[in-house]
Design a protein around this ligand. Structure first.
Ligand code: COA
Length: 190
């Protein structure tokens, strides 16, 4: 799977599966979003090379997905990854048909349609690894993320109130799900 597209500023983006050479770029991107401190329930950056490599090995070993957005105008290996969407397995044996979706896009590249492209590709690729349903969780005040998920067919299924505590502020966690062959294929017909 490879999809090329151009941003309005002319930069060329490639949507594709992750490869080992992306590891530092992926974690740089992740750590920058962690440092923003308002979007993820993660308090500490990941700095250990062992942890970064293990993440990649685990994705491959567990037949999980990571779709990246590579900016072909930026220098690899650390600066060219500007977005990533992961589909990971749920911990239960009986939930192998369910994937857990996580996504981030670099601050300088938000609202340009990259998140949408990443999720659309991740959904299509999820079908190939026999996922029937995707679930995700999001801070209930993350309007941009919620808007994107709803536009792609995800349905709100509940809220875990005051689930996260960051800098003395509580955040509600909103849970969503998407049945790939029902909700998503219906959306594609619109
Ligand atoms: C959430 C995120 C992944 C979305 O990626 P993106 O590339 O910015 O998203 P897109 O440009 O494809 O789409 C964003 C949509 O939200 C809309 N939007 C932007 N700001 C908004 C706001 N404040 N309120 C409502 N909608 C908003 C955009 O108009 C667009 O909708 P459209 O496709 O109908 O025009 C990205 O912004 C991000 O990484 N944010 C920080 C990390 C994060 O929140 N991750 C998700 C954790 S659950």
């Amino acid at each position: 799977m490879k999809e090329y597209f151009k941003l309005s500023n002319g930069e060329e983006i490639l949507i594709r599966h992750v490869k080992r050479a992306d590891i530092n770029g992926i974690w740089k991107n992740f750590n920058e979003v962690v440092k923003e401190g308002i979007f993820l329930p993660v308090l500490f950056t990941i700095d250990s090379q062992f942890e970064k490599q293990s993440w990649f090995d685990n994705i491959k070993k567990s037949n999980e997905l990571c779709i990246v957005a590579e900016n072909l105008n930026l220098q690899p290996p650390s600066n060219n990854i500007i977005g990533q969407c992961e589909i990971t397995n749920i911990e239960w044996d009986a939930a192998m048909h369910v994937g857990n979706l996580g996504i981030i896009v670099n601050k300088n590249y938000r609202n340009m349609g990259i998140g949408k492209k990443l999720i659309l590709s991740a959904i299509e690729e999820s079908k190939k690894i026999n996922k029937k349903k995707l679930v995700l969780s999001c801070f209930s005040n993350n309007r941009r993320a919620l808007n994107l998920y709803e536009n792609l067919g995800f349905k709100k299924i509940g809220i875990r109130r005051r689930q996260f505590l960051i800098d003395s502020t509580y955040y509600d966690e909103l849970l969503m799900e998407l049945f790939i062959n029902e909700d998503f294929d219906d959306i594609k017909k619109l």
